[in-house]
Write a protein that binds this ligand. Structure first.
Ligand code: AMP
Length: 512
């Protein structure tokens, strides 16, 4: 782990990394690191070849009466904290390095920065957007990691990336909390013992809103009244705002829909704290909640299949999705499949004759076939049955389940360019197995995609899934796949083993 303090050294490192083809992740922080920050570092480590953590208490995002001077700083301790995380560089410039005396150019965000934190802290997001753009220009990261904890900040940065055509992708990670619910924050250090206890009022009020939503209530006015009641019972805290907003526009909503965000800010003693919670049905994981917040819209037009999905923000996210930009629940970058699973599970690449193309059923990586092959979840069991393998060991001797096409890019409403992005990874994966002669395509989305991106068919040539699978529940074609080899391939189309209600019969007799 190298400590760099000059912009020139930082640039040199990132230029070298790029020249070596290494992907670069940036975790911007103001130091005084805690588990919240470390969760971002872990995610960056999972997804990028090289990880840079910046530590810079940015003066331009503090108002004149705010806590810039007393903000906790302890670089030595932060370096110790980061040491076990295999961070490549800690970039910790001083103020003069980032803001020399002649400095005079700022990034001024628009509507995204006006309500809530923007209203309470005039100029705050101007400072945030300016320093983030500077950091992006210095480090040139492929992916930057931010916390849901600062939900509006993430929203402002999304706009920054989109509006200024930045190439850095954004990943937002869930809020890390203390056991009693208080969101971890460097500012928690300001709280005395009594205030620390009182500070749980923020998360308690949010949880109250969530409980009500889970019990079927959706009128925002009622939910906010209940949240305020939680604050009213805590005299040490002064509520600054409580709101329930549409996550894409940050506008207050009258009725909650899945993905709406409850936001609170309050003073506890002299310490200003913020927190938020994404609302949805019970049992939805943190990852999924973030995804919902980034994609969900209320159903307003009866004809629309997925109303509101075609927003610019979402298009951008989906374009980038395969490497997880913003869709943080998808945790397997292609490099992980190529380097980790292929190396571990496929010592003889020549032996594999059949590639299975289609999205693994679980969205969470922990359930991905190659993560826990013997777990025998619904998808794995149905997949083994489909191909006639008794267990994973037997499976991997002849078959490979490609990791591509398993993200939301496979949904039919997703723009073409995003699908092409996925397909590129699919081709890379397939090329690793030189003796493939059979493809099994799982489900309707993959059927469309395989025809378009592997077989090179245009819209008129694409054969509809239902025509292909016919009454038997599966269909077969013999094809040439120019992008892979000049050998003929057999392609079997069948229902996805866990999506939908119809199952294909086992293909085992056909695969001998
Ligand atoms: P800060 O050092 O406060 O500027 O935070 C740096 C990054 O860490 C920001 O993207 C924050 O949203 C994120 N972060 C701070 N606290 C938490 C937390 N409790 N959980 C997850 N992320 C957090």
């Amino acid at each position: 782990m190298r400590l760099l303090t000059s912009i020139a050294d930082m640039r040199a490192f990132s230029q070298q990394a790029r020249a070596a083809g290494r992907s670069l992740g940036l975790v911007p922080t103001m130091g005084s690191l805690h588990e919240g920050h470390l969760s971002l570092v872990r995610q960056a480590r999972r997804q990028c070849d090289a990880v840079v953590v910046s530590i810079f208490v940015n003066p331009t995002q503090f108002g004149p009466s705010e806590d810039f001077a007393r903000y906790p700083r302890n670089l030595d301790r932060d370096l110790e904290t980061l040491r076990p995380f295999r961070v490549d560089v800690v970039f910790a410039p001083d103020t003069a390095e980032m803001y020399p005396t002649m400095f005079e150019t700022y990034v001024v965000p628009g509507e995204a920065a006006k309500p809530f934190e923007g209203a309470s802290r005039p100029g705050h997001f101007r400072g945030v957007a300016t320093v983030v753009l500077k950091l992006f220009n210095i480090v040139r990261p492929d992916i930057a990691y931010f916390g849901q904890k600062d939900f509006q900040q993430a929203h402002v940065i999304r706009r920054l990336i989109e509006d200024l055509n930045l190439e850095t992708r954004l990943v937002i990670c869930p809020i890390i909390r203390e056991p009693d619910g208080l969101a971890k924050s460097s500012r928690n250090a300001y709280l005395n013992a009594e205030e620390r206890q009182a500070a749980t009022v923020l998360s308690r009020s949010l949880k109250r809103a969530r409980e009500l939503v889970h019990s079927g209530r959706s009128e925002t006015a009622d939910l906010l009244a209940e949240m305020r009641a939680v604050f009213a019972a805590e005299p040490r805290a002064q509520l600054e705002y409580a709101a329930i907003v549409d996550p894409l526009e940050l506008e207050s909503v009258e009725r909650v829909f899945a993905g709406c965000v409850a936001l609170v800010a309050a003073r506890v003693g002299s310490t200003r704290l913020i927190d938020n919670l994404i609302l949805a049905s019970p049992g939805v994981s943190d990852d999924m909640l973030i995804q919902l917040a980034l994609t969900a819209r209320p159903i307003t037009t009866p004809q629309a299949r997925i109303p509101g999905l075609e927003t610019d923000v979402l298009r951008l996210k989906i374009e980038n999705c395969r490497d997880c930009a913003a869709l943080s629940s998808i945790r397997l970058p292609p490099s992980e499949f190529l380097t980790k699973y292929v190396k571990r599970d496929y010592p003889d690449l020549n032996a594999v004759r059949v590639a299975i193309i289609g999205r693994d059923a679980p969205i969470h990586a922990a359930n991905f076939l190659y993560h826990s092959p013997e777990a025998s979840n619904r998808f794995v069991a149905a997949l083994l049955e489909l191909v006639g393998a008794r267990n994973f060991d037997e499976f991997r001797r002849r078959f490979v389940l490609t990791d591509a096409l398993r993200c939301h890019c496979t949904a039919p409403h997703v723009p073409e360019k995003a699908l092409a992005h996925c397909a590129r990874h699919l081709r890379e994966e397939l090329k690793l197995f030189p003796n493939l002669d059979t493809l099994i395509v799982l489900g309707e989305d993959a059927c469309l995609q395989a025809q378009r991106h592997l077989l090179g068919r245009d819209d008129r040539e694409i054969r509809p899934f239902n025509d292909l699978v016919k009454k038997e529940g599966w269909g077969e074609e013999e094809v040439r796949i120019a992008v892979l080899s000049d050998r003929p391939f057999r392609v079997f189309y069948c229902y996805h083993p866990t999506y939908g209600y119809t199952r294909s019969p086992s293909l085992a007799p056909l695969l001998r």
